[in-house]
Design a protein around this ligand. Sequence first.
Ligand SMILES: *[C@@H]1O[C@H](CO)[C@@H](O)[C@H](O)[C@H]1NC(C)=O
Ligand SMILES: *[C@@H]1O[C@H](CO)[C@@H](O)[C@H](O)[C@H]1NC(C)=O
Ligand SMILES: *[C@@H]1O[C@H](CO)[C@@H](O)[C@H](O)[C@H]1NC(C)=O
Ligand SMILES: *[C@@H]1O[C@H](CO)[C@@H](O)[C@H](O)[C@H]1NC(C)=O
Length: 185
Amino acid sequence: MINYNPLCFLCCFVLPIFLFVYPTNASSRNNATPLVDQVCANTSNYSFCTETLYSDPHTRDADRFGLAAVAFHLAYLNATATKDYIDNLLKKNSTSKSQYHKDLQKCASDYKKAVSAIGAACDDLNSESYYDLADYVGVASHRADDCQHALKGKHDSLLNSMNNDLKGLCEICVVISKLFNTIGF
Ligand SMILES: *[C@@H]1O[C@H](CO)[C@@H](O)[C@H](O)[C@H]1NC(C)=O
Ligand SMILES: *[C@@H]1O[C@H](CO)[C@@H](O)[C@H](O)[C@H]1NC(C)=O
Ligand SMILES: *[C@@H]1O[C@H](CO)[C@@H](O)[C@H](O)[C@H]1NC(C)=O
Ligand SMILES: *[C@@H]1O[C@H](CO)[C@@H](O)[C@H](O)[C@H]1NC(C)=O
């Protein structure tokens, strides 16, 4: 006859369920999905990454394609907003000969290139081409860095933090791009 030993029941049924459930919870900090958790764990700032991705409601049930769409879209909006901010500063003072004005002009040219590179990445995503994604965001990140160096962190703390935001977003996009680097994909 089958003997339902309570201890055996614990080992055979309860423990495996516990072991199965517990690690998934433990590996997903901040209730991030396993995919978001994996991506963000590979960036330099986990909380920036999750906060940024979850600012878009699509992240909650996104696969890698959906997550790529979210991240590149956010990067595009961010770069565009910063480009507009710089262009407005320049417009306000179009006759200035100051060094700051020259630095801003450098940043304006940087952001024009950053926006166009991220735009090209978004076009690639839309046409399901994944090979150049990381290169494009690399260009954008480099441009934000270039602007930051032109300003030397002195003049404009808002623009400085905008540069950091774009670099952080680009880092997330690079990690997501690697999800598509599978042989035979
Ligand atoms: C993230 O890092 C883990 C190791 O910590 C690695 O196994 C995984 O492939 C990485 N994922 C991406 C998308 O880079
Ligand atoms: C990480 O990002 C958060 C914003 O999400 C910021 O407050 C924090 O300073 C960042 N940490 C580092 C080490 O950059
Ligand atoms: C740019 O991205 C950062 C990080 O997600 C966010 O805090 C900031 O509000 C964004 N800026 C704009 C103008 O979208
Ligand atoms: C405009 O330029 C002048 C001369 O370079 C400078 O003194 C002034 O602070 C600038 N104003 C703005 C809003 O940037």
